[in-house]
Design a protein around this ligand. Structure first.
Ligand code: SF4
Length: 88
């Protein structure tokens, strides 16, 4: 279940791509509707707008066949939705 509370400078949530694992399949870019990835560099998954990422969302990481994407919650790897209540 995705949470639609926006990431922010104070409360960042954003994807990090492992360059050693990704294969430029483009699935993450196709899945994300929020403009986090640079379409001009497709299928290379270049993150250009991390502030547009949606807190609690894991869609791009979920579709990655190589587990090349991890979501960061601030300085730490995100553990998934924290049921913050922001989407209700
Ligand atoms: S976590 Fe969701 S909003 Fe953020 S880049 Fe991935 S698909 Fe887009």
């Amino acid at each position: 279940m995705a949470c639609w509370k926006r990431s922010s400078e104070d409360n960042p949530w954003y994807p990090v791509i492992d360059a050693a694992l990704y294969t430029e399949c483009g699935k993450c870019m196709q899945r994300c509707p929020h403009g986090v990835f640079d379409a001009a560099q497709a299928p290379r998954p270049a993150v250009i707008r991390p502030g547009s990422c949606v807190r609690g969302c894991t869609e791009c990481a979920d579709v990655c066949p190589r587990t090349a994407i991890k979501l960061m919650d601030g300085d730490e790897e995100a553990g998934g939705c924290d049921f913050c209540g922001g989407c209700f």
